[in-house]
Design a protein around this ligand. Structure first.
Ligand SMILES: [Zn+2]
Length: 158
């Protein structure tokens, strides 16, 4: 097995791990995550797109999202290359890296489900994810955040 092949496997294992952590964080939220485009007849524009991509252009964020408090909005972007870059400089191991990726994704999805920033540094919704903090555990939302997200989602169907 060559190095590139080995790296690809390692990266895809880390991403797999990160996505299962994201699923875990949204377990109590009335959303489902799919990789196929939603049926426009069923959903219209009432859904959130999460784009995960890498670019050559350096940026100073791990992700960005549209946000309106208590309202579902439609767009989040995760700069996976920036997450890897931060992780590389912090010497994170594979598990810490997948935690950081999962926290970045969950944070941006949180915004699109109407969540504002939290002042608590350890919170997944803290402004500016700290790789020394948010690599230590998978993302999780507290009860109030979960009910706020469910409230925003229910308003969509109303
Ligand atoms: Zn944010």
């Amino acid at each position: 097995m060559d190095v590139a092949q080995k790296n690809r496997e390692a990266v895809s294992n880390i991403l797999f791990d990160a996505f299962s952590k994201v699923y875990g964080a949204f377990r109590s939220v009335n959303v489902f995550l799919i990789s196929d485009p939603p049926d426009p007849k069923q959903w219209g524009e009432d859904f959130t797109h999460v784009y995960i991509f890498a670019d050559d252009q350096p940026v100073d964020y791990l992700g960005i999202a549209t946000f309106q408090q208590g309202v579902v909005t439609d767009r989040a972007i995760i700069r996976i290359d920036q997450v890897f870059y931060a992780s590389y400089h912090a010497n994170l191991d594979a598990n810490q890296l997948s935690n950081l990726i999962a926290n970045a994704i969950a944070h941006e999805i949180g915004h699109t489900l109407g969540l504002d920033h939290s002042a608590l540094t350890t919170d997944v919704m803290h402004d500016g994810l700290d790789h020394t903090v948010h690599s230590l555990m998978p993302p999780s939302f507290h009860e109030k955040q979960i009910s706020m997200m469910n409230f925003a989602i229910r308003k969509l169907g109303a």
